[in-house]
Ligand binder design. Structure first.
Ligand SMILES: C[S@@+](CC[C@H](N)C(=O)[O-])C[C@H]1O[C@@H](n2cnc3c(N)ncnc32)[C@H](O)[C@@H]1O
Length: 247
């Protein structure tokens, strides 16, 4: 019997681009068959390849890579027993569940708006993943906006996020940073895993970001490079900082 595995969602753009390419090639092959040459049907196998690729990523074919990313993240931002941790934009609960598993005592909260088609997870997925990973007693999930976090000031020891902040529209990102730092206890750690840059959505891990985080109240802001193969080989960054005593 097959043991049920947690489902931590998929890389949306990668899935969409596979489906887009598959459709494009399929249409070219059908039009080519009728208008150019019956041999154009030779394009059908590549079209099937792209559809298959898209479906297998959607079904959670990336689990192994996601677990590796979580392990590497937690090697850089070590769990501390007894802490209260917040995972924003938690999706299927990848980081929240990872920290809960690593602590004997302590509590982790995962918040998300579970925006449709952004990673393909839901609160139900996250709750089920926590059950499958055996940490339902230490982790809880609730609907909440990163730009208006439903917790009081100075509440959490750590605020973490993976691939969540860059998905927030650029005009609202400053609010999200302020909120994440607001709910951190003085001396607490903020840690964000994000891509290096993306021109389309105006995201960049650079000196401007460091300056902004310092202005909002973080000190010791550091960028830790991490090479991942999700969904392709690339370098991403774990951005860490400590909340100053007087933000
Ligand atoms: C790319 S997914 C990453 C999910 C998860 N952290 C992971 O690494 O598997 C981004 C997540 O951020 C969530 N999200 C986007 N904007 C948000 C906001 N303003 N507040 C809370 N969650 C948000 C989306 O619903 C989605 O679940």
């Amino acid at each position: 019997m097959c043991e049920e595995k947690p489902y931590y969602g998929y890389p949306t753009w990668h899935v969409l681009s596979n489906f887009f390419l598959g459709s494009l090639i399929l249409i070219a092959s059908i039009i080519g068959y009728f208008k150019i040459n019956p041999l154009m049907l030779i394009l059908i196998p590549p079209a099937i390849y792209f559809f298959w690729n898209g479906f297998s990523w959607m079904r959670g074919g990336s689990l192994e890579q996601k677990l590796k990313i979580r392990e590497e993240f937690m090697r850089i931002v070590k769990p501390v027993d007894g802490e209260l941790v917040l995972d924003v934009g938690t999706g299927g609960g990848l980081l929240a569940i990872g920290y809960a598993k690593a602590m004997k005592r302590g509590k982790v909260v995962g918040i998300d708006l579970w925006i449709p088609a952004m990673g393909g997870t839901s609160m139900e997925t996250a709750v089920k993943n926590a059950e499958l990973e055996g940490v339902s007693d230490k982790v809880e999930f609730r609907r909440g906006d990163t730009c208006n976090i439903p917790y009081p000031d100075n509440h959490f020891d750590k605020v973490v996020a993976s691939f969540a902040v860059h998905t927030i529209p650029c005009k609202k990102r400053d609010e999200a940073f302020k909120e994440m730092i607001r709910v951190l206890k003085p001396g607490g750690t903020l840690a964000l895993l994000e891509p290096k840059s993306d021109r389309w959505i105006r995201w960049c891990v650079d000196e401007n970001l460091r300056k902004k985080l310092k202005e909002i109240g973080l000190r010791n802001v550091r960028f830790h490079p991490m090479t991942i193969t999700y969904p392709k080989k690339r370098t991403v960054y774990v951005i860490t900082g400590i909340k100053g005593v007087k933000p």
